[in-house]
Design a protein around this ligand. Structure first.
Ligand SMILES: *Cc1c(COP(=O)(O)O)cnc(C)c1O
Length: 447
């Protein structure tokens, strides 16, 4: 993007000044519409999510055979919704967050198989592709027992096919572990930010890891190119995949069940606030899209991004979506939050979220480590730094002028005592012990 163009943009959209100066900021989406209206042009619907839910159910016998740890949830990959009252108390005391209502952690950090939110979208994408191939080649009947897909014969069949993906780490882990378990040859193209232990773990599952000295965009580009040269290779497109998106969206109905079990009501009197870390946008976008189908105007979805890589904020605020990168604003795109180190957002997700998202919070890297230590101390739960970005939403909602205005304009001020807040913990359980120790001892300067 040209410099002069950028200056004009910044003049029109004041939040970009803060963004450019690497300040933590709150952006409220001016295009948010009522649920009914927001769905008018949506290319995906509630029935697409139901279709994905059913596919997960069909595969449950296969998943249980390959991953016996999923038996306690009957082969479904799902996480607990955990109240974190001590963390809430801590945030109010130490950060002056004035948080009312109940605070929960959605523990995707403990999701089976991949230990991160990517166990939703990534695994779903592998399953969808597997079903397509299996039906096409008569390995299963449409309503048959998918348990056979965990057999040795099926494994040998899928060994003729390749799956490739570009990743900053966690998507590669999810696709790699699941793909290898089904029997595929998996090639993961990893950007420079990807952590060594993730590469090692993948290789231990027999996955081929290709390393790049450049950023995520390059890894994706090259992976796609190589995949296109092989008719038996399937490329998982993190930026545009409807399958990934739907895999994430399945979280919503299941969460509704968990809230009900806990007696948490969501309606006009009892608002639900959800805070989700955002990288390229698929995970938070899919989850939010699903939540909107269930709770409509009573759920308020916010994304959180690092101050150095707020690509979705920049894309949505300018309306340029995939047409702008954080480097256009002079930011580096480099962050300790490796799962969020994305410079250019998904245009597909930005388009869907344009009328659904409530807003965005940005957070500096130093704070991620503090939130991480806070949660460990108050609740005994470990998250990776990327996942901790979501706490910024709960910490700042009742403090920033922009978000307080949002609460007023939506008639929520008098209802905050009856609110539920969900911090979406997107990853952490696979982080090795020595790396956890490193994280715990990391203190970055605040700017
Ligand atoms: C991938 C990831 C996200 C964000 O998901 P996107 O689809 O890239 O937006 C958030 N947290 C963690 C830990 C992740 O790995």
């Amino acid at each position: 993007m040209k410099k002069a163009e950028m200056e004009k943009c910044i003049e029109k959209i004041p939040v970009l000044r803060d963004v450019r100066q690497e300040k933590e900021t709150v952006w409220i989406n001016p295009n948010k519409a009522k649920y009914e209206k927001s769905m008018e042009n949506a290319e995906l619907t509630k029935s697409d999510i139901e279709d994905a839910e059913k596919r997960f159910l069909r595969f449950a016998p296969c998943i249980m055979k390959r991953f016996p740890k999923t038996r306690n949830r009957q082969g479904l990959i799902e996480s607990a919704l955990t109240p974190i009252p001590a963390m809430k108390e801590h945030m109010n005391q130490v950060y002056g967050s004035r948080l009312e209502g109940e605070l929960f952690l959605k523990e995707d950090n403990r999701l089976a198989i991949a230990g991160s939110v990517k166990a939703r979208g990534g695994i779903y994408e592998v399953l969808k592709h597997t079903e397509d191939l299996a039906l096409q080649h008569g390995l299963v009947e449409p309503e048959g027992d998918y348990g056979v897909l965990a057999g040795e014969e099926a494994k040998a069949f899928f060994g003729n096919y390749t799956i490739q993906v570009g990743s900053t780490g966690n998507l590669g882990l999810s696709i790699g572990i699941m793909g290898a378990a089904i029997g595929y040859k998996v090639i993961v193209h990893m950007s420079a930010d990807a952590k060594q232990w993730k590469k090692d773990l993948l290789r231990s599952h027999g996955v081929e890891v290709v390393e790049y000295q450049s950023d995520y965009g390059k890894a994706v580009e090259n992976g796609r190119k190589l995949s296109q040269q092989d008719a038996k290779s399937y490329f998982v497109d993190d930026e545009n995949s409807r399958n990934l998106f739907l895999g994430y969206a399945v979280a919503a109905n299941r969460l509704a069940g968990q809230l009900k079990e806990r007696g948490i009501v969501v309606d006009g009197e009892h608002p639900l606030f959800v805070y989700i870390p955002c990288g390229v946008g698929g995970a938070p976008g899919g989850i939010s899209f699903g939540l909107k189908q269930v709770f409509r105007d009573n759920v308020h979805c916010f994304f959180a991004e690092p101050t150095q890589a707020p690509c979705m904020l920049v894309g949505m605020a300018t309306g340029l979506h995939h047409g702008i990168a954080v480097q256009d604003l002079g930011l580096s795109g480099m962050t300790h939050a490796d799962g969020l180190a994305v410079s250019r957002p998904s245009g597909f997700v930005g388009g869907v979220m344009n009328t659904m998202l409530s807003g965005e919070f940005t957070v500096q890297d130093a704070r991620l480590y503090d939130y991480m230590r806070d949660l460990l101390k108050t609740e005994g739960i470990f998250l990776e730094p990327s996942a901790c970005a979501a706490f910024q939403g709960a910490a700042v909602l009742n403090k920033s002028h922009a978000s307080i205005r949002y609460l007023k304009e939506n008639g929520l001020m008098g209802r905050m005592g009856k609110a539920a807040h969900i911090v979406w913990a997107t990853g952490g359980s696979l982080v090795p012990e020595n790396i956890r120790e490193e994280y715990k001892a990391t203190f970055l300067p605040y700017r």
